[in-house]
Write a protein that binds this ligand. Structure first.
Ligand code: NAD
Ligand code: USQ
Length: 388
């Protein structure tokens, strides 16, 4: 297939692009490299060194003999160029990772919240219009988030909910109660996409992905220059990867609040496989298809206990006052069968899987700036203290 990967320079997008290319698909990446600029703003780098995009692409060509195209383009601000690229490439599928994805970044202050929502919502609107204008047959595979649902006191269904109210029945989008302006941008995206499917008859798959952990895939491991990001800082670092890095550095594992919050998780190799499954099994014309892209649920305390058990050295678990406003001790039971039915055979969190991250973590541990590990963005304050 010809596949455009929006956001293909990022943590998930880069290994997905390599995987799809390796499987014989013709991949073109569109990315404005904004994530690299945010590193400059936050004065922090991925634990793994990230080579410039041109070098990444050359390295991939050297090891695989395959070409991946790259176009530096801002989805939210360059609609005409976006249209020209899609007309030229004529993709069967557009995989859309290209958003500002850190909840803490979206909660820094008004400027960062507005940037996140404009970038994400307008970027996705532009993609929807481009598909509708050029070829409504193109399948949009869009990354959403499990956090869009929040922590409802009922089971979380796969996108849609059958309801009965005052004797009448309907099928509605599952109610959302997200926990940050970033997560809200995904809710707004989902509504816009569902509406576009309804009015223009386009086909879309919304992948409500859980927290991604891990860092290596068989493709990125083929050459150091192909490494994907491994964020450890309190803004972009996600919980399991942060715990692994903290355990290697001999730092306490920083659990926010009492740690009873439950989250859906997925390993990076399963992320790339899910994208392949979604592309190769497109939604129908007019269908807004939703999959909950996670493989298991764990509380933050269970995640910390797993890492502490596997860690070669003794690690402490430290409970910090929760900088976020989120439920603790809540109900959490998620339906996530759609991708399994398409053939996903998941990697579950295990001691060996965690151990496999220690080597790369130890190798680059000298790059960590420990003060960047401390959470400083407080959900309860409209303007944060980190002075960005
Ligand atoms: P990332 O920040 O590493 O990658 C996003 C990429 O999109 C970056 O390369 C960035 O430069 C690009 N981008 C952002 N705005 C753009 C714009 N306007 N135009 C062009 N390019 C733009 O994030 P990631 O961790 O790879 O996440 C990818 C997607 O998956 C996001 O949509 C995120 O919400 C979703 N997701 C991520 C996780 C996770 O744990 N990392 C979990 C669930 C969902
Ligand atoms: N947490 C800790 N300690 C930490 C970091 C986080 O206890 O050091 C807790 C948080 O309080 C939260 C949970 O871990 O309860 C998850 O936080 P996170 O930073 O790992 O993940 P989150 O902010 O939810 O965002 C990440 C990605 C985002 C994606 C989302 C999937 O950055 O792009 O959408 O995971 S989900 O969580 O399913 O919404």
């Amino acid at each position: 297939m010809r596949i455009i990967v929006l956001g293909g320079d990022g943590f998930c997008g880069w290994p997905t692009s390599l995987y799809l290319s390796d499987r014989g698909h013709d991949v073109t990446i569109l990315d404005n490299l904004s994530r690299r600029n945010i590193d400059n703003e936050l004065e922090v780098q991925s634990l793994t060194p990230i080579t410039p995009i041109g070098e990444r692409l050359r390295a991939w060509h050297e090891v695989s003999g395959r070409e991946i195209g790259f176009i530096n383009l801002d989805l939210a601000n360059e609609y005409d160029r976006l249209v020209r690229v899609i007309e030229e490439v004529q993709p069967e599928a557009i995989v859309h990772f290209a958003e500002q994805r850190a909840a803490p970044y979206s909660m820094v202050d008004r400027k960062h919240a507005v940037y996140t929502q404009v970038n994400n919502v307008v970027g996705t609107m532009n993609v929807l219009y481009a598909i509708a204008e050029i070829n409504p047959d193109i399948h949009l595979v869009k990354l959403g988030t499990m956090g869009a649902y929040g922590e409802p006191n009922i089971d979380i269904e796969e996108g849609w909910l059958e309801i009965e109210h005052k004797g009448r029945k309907d099928r509605v989008l599952f109610p959302k109660r997200p926990g940050s302006f970033y997560h809200l941008s995904k809710v707004h995206d989902s509504h816009n996409i569902e509406f576009a499917c309804r009015i223009w008859g386009i086909r879309a798959t919304d992948l409500n992905q859980g927290i991604v952990y891990g860092q290596q895939t068989p493709e990125t491991e083929r050459d150091d220059r192909l490494a994907t990001r491994y964020d450890y800082d309190a803004v972009f670092g996600t919980v399991l990867n942060r715990f692994v890095i903290q355990s290697v550095l001999g730092l306490p594992l920083m659990v926010y609040g009492n740690g009873s919050q439950v989250r859906g998780i997925i390993e990076i190799r399963d992320t790339v496989r899910c994208l392949e499954l979604a592309c190769e099994n497109p939604a129908d014309r007019g269908e807004f298809r939703v999959f909950n892209q996670m493989t298991q649920s764990l509380s933050i305390t269970q995640m910390a206990q797993t890492i502490a058990r596997v860690s070669p050295q003794k690690v402490e678990v430290e409970h910090l006052a929760n900088p976020r406003v989120e439920e603790e001790g809540h109900h959490y039971n998620v339906v996530h069968s759609g991708l399994f039915e398409l053939g996903l055979d998941p990697h579950m969190l295990s001691d060996t899987l965690i151990e496999s991250l220690f080597e790369i973590t130890k190798r680059y541990a000298y790059r960590v700036r420990p003060e960047a590990m401390i959470p400083t963005i407080d959900w309860r304050r409209a303007a944060s203290q980190i002075g960005l």
